[in-house]
Design a protein around this ligand. Structure first.
Ligand SMILES: Cc1cc2nc3c(=O)[nH]c(=O)nc-3n(C[C@H](O)[C@H](O)[C@H](O)COP(=O)(O)O)c2cc1C
Length: 413
């Protein structure tokens, strides 16, 4: 767990009322740290525990940390005359369920309200953040995935769990996201600033693609996916309904984003086409491999003396295909160039029917693949190019979204 300095606890949550739902996961003890951090940041924290959570940690801990009564039963009435499961969610700015069991997710996804937490969750109209924690076989069970997808599609936000050693002694995905990730997600939702993308549907592509040579080798590029992930995350923070098609990356799913993971350019094209229709804005930040081996060997190619010749063919030109199909949708592409940046990017804009191209010089230090910063030039179809200084990818993501909403977006009448 991180200490207070690392968490920047100075961030102000004063005046914010947060419901913290704690469920019967082995990670329930970590909720005490979460409660404590939110209180130190000034929030008025009200804890609701399930019966199973109470068997793992004591409610007195949360009562002491938050200096508020802990709600356990739907018939609890700490304020006489007030129905707590209605009154509390009504005054809450945010509800965080951390850790969230498979059980609680399943119950909420199916509208079951049989205890204080599920009832309050279904009453809540404030943003709800769910941080799942469970054994990896539970987390990857199609039933659990279906329940999470259902909630995500209805606009509930998830803080994706991490991978690693689990309390059950297994390795895998399902470990409660770390404290700083959870607290940052809370801050992002409460201080998300602008909510100017509410109701707007965005389709974002990110990361590289991998084109297999044989079962153990592939052709790819150095893209980390950080730029696309930053855009998807920023758009979701601003209220957008975001689907991201991502090639293979090491990055966790951004909160509140529906992520579709693919490997090859063909799979990315198929996923993009499947999700294109509802999208209002498409931001194509993926670095799609331009070539793939003509044939994929079924078995691992053996090391031989001398040359191995690979015959490569062009992959699908995803951006061009979107450009042909886009109609009135807004289409934004990225151009990673090493020379004649503006000229090459403008050609791409016209050839692929883009509304805006974000050009970056990948030969510049701090402008390269994998870096947390980037130096970009914005080239709109109409209007002057904008050269931006070196900024973090998160800042660039927000600045691109600012530009799009001010200069390109026209709200449907
Ligand atoms: C020691 C222990 C640890 C558990 N850890 C988890 C867990 O991390 N995630 C989970 O989904 N269920 C876990 N369970 C199972 C839940 O406690 C069980 O499904 C319970 O019905 C959840 O109730 P709740 O969702 O109302 O809190 C655990 C059970 C025990 C006994």
């Amino acid at each position: 767990m991180q200490n207070d300095q690392e968490l920047c606890l100075g961030t102000d949550l004063a005046g914010k009322t947060i419901i913290l739902g704690v469920t019967g996961s082995i990670a329930a003890y970590k909720a005490a740290e979460i409660a404590s951090s939110l209180v130190k940041m000034g929030a008025d924290v009200h804890v609701i525990m399930t019966e199973a959570a109470c068997r793992l940690v004591g409610s007195a801990t949360f009562r002491a940390l938050t200096r508020n009564p802990v709600l356990l039963d739907v018939f609890d009435e700490p304020q006489s005359g007030e129905i707590a499961h209605v009154a509390l969610p009504e005054k809450a700015d945010l509800m965080l369920i951390a850790p969230a069991t498979a059980n609680i997710i399943g119950k909420i996804a199916n509208g079951i309200a049989d205890d204080m937490l599920t009832t309050a969750a279904l009453v809540a109209r404030c943003p709800v953040l769910i941080a799942p924690a469970m054994n990896s076989r539970m987390y990857t069970n199609a039933v659990v995935i279906g329940n999470m997808d259902r909630l995500k599609n209805l606009g509930w936000n998830f803080i994706e769990p991490g991978a690693g050693w689990l309390a059950c002694g297994e390795e895998g995905v399902g470990r409660l996201a770390d404290l700083s990730t959870i607290v940052s997600a809370v801050v992002a939702v409460l201080h998300g600033g602008k909510k100017d993308y509410v109701g707007i549907k965005l389709l974002v592509t990110a990361g590289p693609t991998r084109e297999p040579v044989d079962p153990v080798r592939f052709v790819s590029n150095y893209s980390s996916g950080k730029m696309g992930y930053a855009i998807a995350e920023a758009a979701a923070e601003r209220g957008g309904i975001v689907t991201m098609v991502s090639g293979p990356t090491d990055l966790p799913d951004p909160p509140g984003v529906n992520v579709i993971r693919v490997q090859t350019a063909k799979e990315m094209l198929d996923a993009v086409i499947d999700n294109l229709l509802p999208a209002d804005i498409i931001i194509s930040a993926a670095a799609v491999a331009d070539y793939r081996p003509v044939e994929k060997a079924d078995q691992k190619l053996k090391k031989e003396q001398g040359w191995l010749r690979l015959e490569l063919e062009r992959t699908e030109d995803i951006l061009r295909r979107i450009g042909e199909m886009k109609g009135s949708k807004i289409l934004i592409g990225f151009a990673a160039e090493t020379e004649n940046i503006e000229e090459n990017a403008r050609r791409k804009l016209l050839e692929k029917n883009l509304d805006l191209v974000v050009a970056n010089d990948v030969s510049e230090p701090g402008g390269a693949f994998g870096s947390d910063t980037n130096i970009v030039t914005l080239i709109p179809r109409e209007g002057e190019p904008q050269n931006w200084p070196r900024m973090s990818k998160r800042e660039i993501a927000h600045a691109i979204l600012d530009y799009v909403i001010t200069h390109l977006w026209e709200a449907p009448i």
